[in-house]
Design a protein around this ligand. Structure first.
Ligand SMILES: Nc1ncnc2c1ncn2[C@@H]1O[C@H](COP(=O)(O)OP(=O)(O)OP(=O)(O)O)[C@@H](O)[C@H]1O
Ligand SMILES: [Mg+2]
Length: 250
């Protein structure tokens, strides 16, 4: 059996604002193994991004723990957490978060410069990465000059710049047509396989769902696994253009 890399242990997350207290996660526990390709499904607002942020150490749970190879990230120093996020996690954000005043090349260089390699080396590697994602010819363009698919390619290159072992992609095809979405997913999963990365992604796209080897579902604040066999129970709801599990919610 492959190595357990991520364990979530009774995770809860409640957002507190003046107006309300909103419990998004209600005590979720799950394990992710090296090389897994996990797809996290759930309706809008069910807590997918919240869960990814917790897994990546970008946010802290209200209670419960995230363990990486058995080590509780809640007990790490800020420096250790910073290094971990920079070097072990590649995050592709739902909203891209590219820096608009930088070129595609400079955006890809940012995480490398933060680990203190020389600018020349970072530039050389960023060009290689942009070539790998099919975007070398747009290296000098700014994000506003790129299509959504091209921006997503820059995000992929930036996410893998420091050779992370875990790739987290929050709706990587959310803004793309289905052909471009397929290309992006093929690229993303191809790179992940080549580099033996563990992948966790969210999607609303039924076709993209099927690319995972494990499917997690947000249900009433819990992350529930639907095993491979239950993929056969996944029925496509043509009206809403999404999958439903027979007898269950989306
Ligand atoms: N920082 C925050 N402060 C207050 N509420 C928040 C915060 N972040 C998220 N929420 C709320 O938590 C709930 C879950 O949000 P989240 O972004 O995780 O959903 P999601 O499943 O990713 O949705 P989508 O499919 O639309 O991206 C939402 O009701 C959202 O309004
Ligand atoms: Mg989201």
């Amino acid at each position: 059996m492959s190595e357990k890399v991520i364990s979530a242990d009774k995770l809860t997350k409640t957002f507190v604002s003046k107006a309300e207290e909103l419990t998004v996660l209600n005590g979720s526990s799950f394990d992710i193994y090296r090389g897994d390709i996990v797809c996290l499904l759930g309706i809008s607002g069910s807590g997918k991004t919240t869960t990814l942020n917790l897994i990546a150490g970008l946010d802290t749970p209200s209670s419960g723990r995230i363990l990486y190879s058995g080590s509780n990230i809640g007990e790490w120093t800020l420096n250790k957490l910073y290094d971990f996020r920079l070097q072990e996690i590649g995050f592709i954000f739902q909203e891209f978060y590219l820096l608009e005043h930088l070129t595609a090349l400079e955006n890809v260089m940012v995480p490398m410069i933060l680990v203190e390699i020389t600018e020349d080396e970072a530039q050389e590697r960023a060009l290689e990465l942009l070539t790998q994602v099919g975007l070398r010819r747009k290296a000098m363009n700014h994000p506003e000059e790129l299509s959504s698919g091209e921006r997503q390619r820059v995000c992929i290159a930036r996410a893998i710049a420091n050779h992370p072992s875990i790739l987290i992609a929050d709706e990587p095809t959310g803004t793309l047509d289905s052909k471009t979405g397929d290309e992006i997913m093929n690229l993303l999963l191809g790179i992940a396989q080549q580099r033996q990365m563990t992948v966790i992604y969210t999607t609303h796209d039924p076709y993209v769902t099927k690319l995972a080897n494990r499917i997690f579902l947000m249900q009433n604040g819990l992350v529930v696994e639907n095993g491979q066999s239950s993929l056969d129970n996944l029925v496509f709801d043509e009206t809403n253009f999404k999958y439903k599990f027979k007898g269950g919610k989306t």
